[in-house]
Ligand binder design. Structure first.
Ligand SMILES: [Zn+2]
Ligand SMILES: [Zn+2]
Length: 356
């Protein structure tokens, strides 16, 4: 399914390339509909290069590939894998230092690799996807469902924010503000890391998301639009606030709440992008010696995420509450955007081949 311009997703056929010399072909089992896909469709993100086959959270089976490429990845034809969204150049300063999510080429499957760059099949919203030899590919066990496996990089984000940035260790109190797929993935990683209490916060409109948060390991959930939410959260954390707060919600109010509930000398990991400048109480950050960290997408975190996924596959699968056929991708998107078709019960949707 090609996003040819904002608001227009169409079915286009491309030839499956010959991969005898390099690269591989993935037969798609599942591709989830990321919030980025929604903003590309709406035209509110300037990240994308159109026209593009959408889909960067993908799992599938390798059906063909060059021996050298497959050897380097340590997989073979018939193996199930999940590729990372980032396609590094492995050559720029950032890539060489392991920060390939900041690669100067900025290549992302399903987002910045347009169809006019051959072989066009750069996204997961399709039957087959081309995997460039420089892809980062992770093997997936047979017992992990496609709808869990395609979230490998989302769990990777959780690993980055909870473990690498937040340095959460057993017994730490953790709050996650924003219960979308990224916040829920962070919840699963925080539970694995031994966070207790583990509080997930969201708007009343996010009721379904908070239910999933509770099912995947939150000890408490709170509505951010109810009175005294900060006091109640601090009480749950034992009176002085949380050791670590991760903000995935793209709202200034969420940042303010996080600063209110993080404990003195705590860590605040800001992930949500506001799209504009925010005014924050900087003196509180100075006075309480709060460590404020920015967090982008995973880089080098999916290896650990695969272990989290293996141990928590059922919980990870719960994030993808709704399943649509790939050919129905536009319906899946409309059901998540404001308008007549909006369905508040959808936490995250996954696309699968064939008919549902
Ligand atoms: Zn994404
Ligand atoms: Zn690079």
């Amino acid at each position: 399914m090609v996003l040819s311009e904002p608001g227009r997703l169409e079915q286009v056929a491309f030839p499956v390339p010959d991969v005898a010399d390099e690269g591989a072909i993935l037969e798609v089992e599942a591709a989830s509909v990321c919030g980025t896909d929604l903003s590309l469709y709406k035209g509110t993100s300037n990240m994308g290069v159109l026209p593009v086959v959408l889909g960067h959270e993908v799992a599938g089976t390798i059906v063909d590939g060059a021996a050298e490429t497959l050897d380097r990845w340590g997989v073979g034809v018939g193996d199930r894998v999940s590729p990372e969204p980032y396609l590094p150049c492995n050559d720029c300063g950032d890539c060489l230092q392991g920060h390939y999510h900041m690669c100067s080429e900025g290549r992302l499957y399903g987002i910045t690799l347009p169809t006019h760059v051959k072989p066009s099949l750069w996204g997961g919203y399709g039957e087959y996807m081309y995997l460039h030899p420089k892809s980062r590919v992770h093997a997936v066990s047979d017992d992990i469902s496609p709808k869990a496996a395609c979230l490998s990089s989302v769990i990777g984000n959780g690993v980055r924010w909870i473990s690498r940035k937040g340095k959460v260790s057993p017994g730490d109190s953790v709050a996650i503000v924003g219960p979308g797929a990224q916040g829920l993935a962070s919840t699963i990683v925080a539970k694995e890391a031994g966070a207790d209490p583990l509080v997930v916060m969201g708007l009343s409109a996010d009721e379904k998301n908070l239910e999933v948060g509770e099912a995947v390991g939150a000890t408490h959930t709170l509505y951010t639009d109810e009175d005294d939410v900060a006091e109640r959260a601090i009480d749950i954390a034992g009176g002085s606030g949380f050791d670590v707060v991760v903000v995935t919600a793209p709202a200034e109010a969420a940042v303010h709440l996080a600063i209110d509930v993080v404990r003195p000398r705590g860590r605040l990991v800001q992930v949500g992008l506001l799209g504009s400048d925010a005014s924050i109480p900087l003196d509180n950050i100075v006075g309480d010696e709060i460590t404020l960290l920015g967090g982008r997408g995973q880089a080098g975190d999916v290896e650990k995420a695969m272990n989290v996924l293996e141990r928590n596959a059922d919980d990870v699968a719960r994030i993808n509450t709704h399943t649509f056929a790939i050919a129905e991708a536009e319906t899946a998107i409309h059901r998540q955007l404001p308008g007549e078709q909006f369905d508040p019960d959808i936490v995250h949707a996954v696309l699968v081949p064939g008919e549902i």
